[in-house]
Design a protein around this ligand. Structure first.
Ligand code: GLY
Length: 574
């Protein structure tokens, strides 16, 4: 077994292990194979019934166990999301938001938008100083950066499609928080790197700031366990009202936050009609605004459909320049045309139409490098740290969820008394038209701040059917790189006929219109990079981006689950 993939093997069950074994209601007691002090990362496996892939092995194992004992993909997704909020605090969350996309075996599509919303006291220029310049720290650090959290409401809305009790689905998360779990090296580094920020941005020290962490240490989160118990007992009111709401509103005072009790009580998830389109015989289903993801991947795939990408080859100068020129055009449209559809008329039908894709590529000439000074948004008449997980159950129900605090560990504020991190999603609004956000993305009026409005997202949970049957559930974190990663992943599978693992592990590239440059991963082929440079592209070698997780149904009906090599992502199933 690969040593680097083994976690905490030297850790033995101590007193705490004995403690959890004595809890009468214990999930862990009845699931001895899920050991929070001793687990391992599994990157790829095929299962005959149900499969889950997520950013953390414990969360994936919980999802699989829930299905094994009678839950469906929705049950598994809810249990996985709550578990991630404990075992993957950088992005798994109850203080953030996300999008749940599902296709039931009967073909019914469900899109639940539980994106954060701007608080009632938010104003258009709230992040500008007296000279009209953005105060970056205000939209990124501390309570002032938080939108109203949507994740708990989103999971409770999702529960309408589940089979088991909500209490049973939250229980594993409570036990991970209460009895602790061993942390990975990646998590230890992340927590240590942010310790000073956690202390600065929060009103009190927290479970995360107790020590200098190392791989194999056990993280206990008693305040978070108590919050999860309140949700378990009272449902929505356990988070959006009462004690938890008091803790959130109190935390606001530390750093000019504006979320009120009324904001919390009034928060509602929204159902969104998914984006659907065909690409080379495959039916692709993705998320609608306030995510920009579904529209962008529809646009880009349609723009490249007339070309023989397979013949051009994977990551060659020909295929990359074609795909980059499609990225340039779609991201220009993102900046101009996309925002919360309840506040801005997003011309979705036009943007994803075949005719519009053709029109946008009219000035494309193979071998000629485009320019973002010349390419603007199309004329139309009439959305880096996040986490994704995918589930397919034994019946063929598919769920894809991407959820986020925005930046890693959100705004670095741990709600005192409640033990969870808050998002800094307000930075995803266009703080000032023409001024880039954390991801360097531009936006305009379509994505301006209005109370109650949801900020534009790039999250792209995506499902694919083939011949009318469930086929793939896929998605990834990575801010504005998300739609490009999903686009490239689908091209790898559909055009280049790669296995899911090959498609996910392949080197990635990213262009988002402005800045006019192509970011490439460290293992992107040197030869292609040099050819693109010689043609006039500005190429930036950057670290790895994204952690794409997916499940694909193979021809023999097996569920092939893959966790991205780029993280601790891990699969489970039965
Ligand atoms: N916060 C990243 C996104 O929603 O796109």
């Amino acid at each position: 077994m690969n040593k680097s993939k083994l976690l905490a093997l030297s850790i033995t069950l101590g007193n705490l292990g004995i403690c959890f074994l004595s809890n009468a209601q214990s999930f862990l007691k009845t699931h001895p194979s899920i050991n929070p002090y001793h687990y391992q990362v599994v990157k790829e496996a095929s299962f005959s019934k149900g499969a889950v892939t997520s950013a953390h092995p414990l969360a994936s194992m919980v999802g699989a166990a829930i299905m094994q004992e009678g839950g469906n993909a929705f049950d598994a997704a809810i249990a996985t999301q709550f578990s991630l909020a404990v075992v993957f605090p950088g992005a798994g969350n109850i203080g953030g938001g996300g999008f749940m996309l599902a296709r039931k075996t009967n073909g019914e599509l469900i899109g639940i938008d539980y994106r954060e919303a701007a608080p009632g006291k938010a104003t258009r220029d709230m992040y500008l100083d007296e000279n009209g310049n953005p105060i970056k720290s205000m939209s990124l650090d501390g309570a002032s950066a938080s939108g109203i959290p949507g994740s708990v409401a989103g999971m409770i809305a999702t529960h309408a499609y589940a089979k088991l009790s909500l209490a049973a689905l939250i229980e594993p998360a409570i036990e991970f928080a209460e009895y602790g779990f061993v942390i990975t090296e990646r998590e230890a580094k992340g927590l240590n790197a942010e310790k000073a920020n956690f202390l600065k941005n929060s009103s009190a020290p927290s479970a995360f700031t107790k020590k200098e962490w190392k791989a194999g240490d056990t993280l206990y989160q008693p305040e978070l366990a108590a919050t999860l118990k309140r949700i378990q007992q009272k449902g929505l009111a356990g988070f959006y009202e009462g004690e938890t709401a008091d803790y959130i509103v109190n935390e606001m005072k530390h750093s000019a936050g504006i979320i009120s009790k009324e904001d919390l009580k009034n928060y509602r998830p929204k159902f969104r009609k998914p984006i659907e389109f065909d690409y080379r015989g495959h039916h692709v289903i993705s998320f609608a605004p306030p995510s920009s993801g579904g529209i962008i991947i529809a646009q880009m795939l349609k723009m490249i459909q007339p070309y023989n990408v397979e013949k051009m080859g994977l990551n060659t100068e020909a295929s990359v320049s074609l795909m980059v020129e499609a990225q340039r055009r779609a991201y220009a449209d993102r900046a101009e045309h996309m925002g919360d559809p309840d506040y801005w008329k997003v011309p979705t039908d036009t943007l994803i139409s075949d005719g519009y894709a053709k029109e946008r590529m009219k000035d494309y000439q193979p071998g000629v490098v485009g320019s973002s000074k010349i390419t603007k948004a199309g004329l139309v008449h009439e959305s880096e740290q996040t986490t994704h997980f995918s589930v397919i159950d034994a019946e063929g129900n598919m769920v894809a969820i991407t959820t986020t605090l925005n930046d890693t560990y959100g705004n670095k504020t741990i709600v005192a008394g409640a033990g969870f991190l808050l998002n800094n999603e307000m930075d995803d609004f266009s703080v000032k038209p023409g001024v880039p956000n954390m991801y360097g993305a531009l936006g305009g009026e379509a994505n301006s701040i209005v109370p109650g409005k949801r900020m534009l997202s790039s999250m792209t949970p995506t499902l694919v059917t083939l011949n009318g049957k469930p086929y793939i559930s896929i998605g990834t974190p990575g801010g504005t790189t998300i739609p490009n990663q999903v686009y490239e992943g689908l091209v790898n599978i559909i055009d280049h006929k790669m296995s899911l693992k090959e498609a996910i592990d392949a080197p990635r590239f990213h262009h988002q219109w402005i800045p006019d440059q192509v970011g490439v991963e460290t293992d992107f082929p040197e030869e292609t990079m040099n050819a693109l440079k010689a043609n006039g592209y500005t190429i930036i070698r950057r670290g790895r981006f994204g952690r794409m997780d997916g499940v694909q149904i193979l021809q023999d009906g097996k569920r092939n689950a893959v966790g991205d090599k780029r993280g601790d992502d891990s699969v489970a199933g039965y």
